[in-house]
Design a protein around this ligand. Sequence first.
Ligand SMILES: [Zn+2]
Length: 129
Amino acid sequence: MHQITFEQQQLLQKNLLAEFSQLKEKVKVRLTASSKQYLNDLVKDVDTMNADALIDSLVHSESHSLNLYKTQIQSIDAALQGIELGLYGLCSDCEVEIEVEELFECPTKQRCTACEIKYQQQKVKGYKL
Ligand SMILES: [Zn+2]
């Protein structure tokens, strides 16, 4: 049984798509400002690219802000794919349902609170190694 209703999911999907378009605009601004010609050339293609293509084209970017946008696009894309597959709102680690309120606060949330804490702790440990 799903906690999240179809209408709630549709609303979140709309928000995610809006966020994706906003990110595309930010990416375009950043690409235009770049001193690298191949990044300037990308600007005209950004609008027609899907998330995968956009992430691929930014793979070699050394810009901190572009890398940040790339990470955000990846999490939006993962959430949108989750909606399509009917897996949206389930924790990617333990598959428990994430609270609907939490999803509205952060639509790209991929883990339940318990798994998120575990994940963050492992990440910190990873940095120390
Ligand atoms: Zn979990």
